[in-house]
Write a new protein. Structure first.
Length: 140
């Protein structure tokens, strides 16, 4: 298991990834991350056909000052593709009004290969993210 966090307020442009600056729980050789980056690599280190991981993200998102009030969203991505089944959508009533979001997905990493995961701002505008927390658990 590994945990990646960033408690600071960060502005994430549309189409860009949330950045994780701390690693409270190190994931060993199977789960790789460079602090200050947004991409996590899951390795298929297994004797089976694939390794199975549960990837979960929770945090607070808001529209920054000067933004346009409307729907905002954030999603887990696999190999750069946002997953519709792991997308959190909120519509704050005003700018600088936080909403707490949580998404989770199972990800397979084929034996001998790697799979990248991230958390992407899938909104049409920049959003602010605070208390970002990504947990990756190897389940099989």
């Amino acid at each position: 298991m590994a945990e990646f966090t960033n408690t600071m307020l960060q502005t994430v442009a549309a189409g860009q990834n949330v950045v994780f600056t701390e690693t409270p729980v190190y994931g060993g050789e199977c789960i790789l991350h460079r602090e200050g980056a947004g991409v996590v690599t899951l390795k298929g280190m297994t004797n089976q056909c694939r390794a199975l991981y549960k990837v979960s993200f929770g945090g607070n998102i808001q529209i920054p000052a000067g933004g346009t009030v409307g729907e905002i969203s954030i999603a887990l991505t696999v190999e750069g593709e946002p997953l519709a089944s792991a997308t959190a959508i909120v519509t704050p009533a005003a700018v600088e009004e936080f909403a707490n979001v949580y998404v989770s997905v199972l990800v397979e990493a084929p034996r001998g290969c790697c799979v990248s995961v991230a958390v992407e701002n899938t909104s049409d505008e920049a959003i602010e993210v605070q208390n970002a927390n990504l947990i990756v658990e190897r389940v099989a």
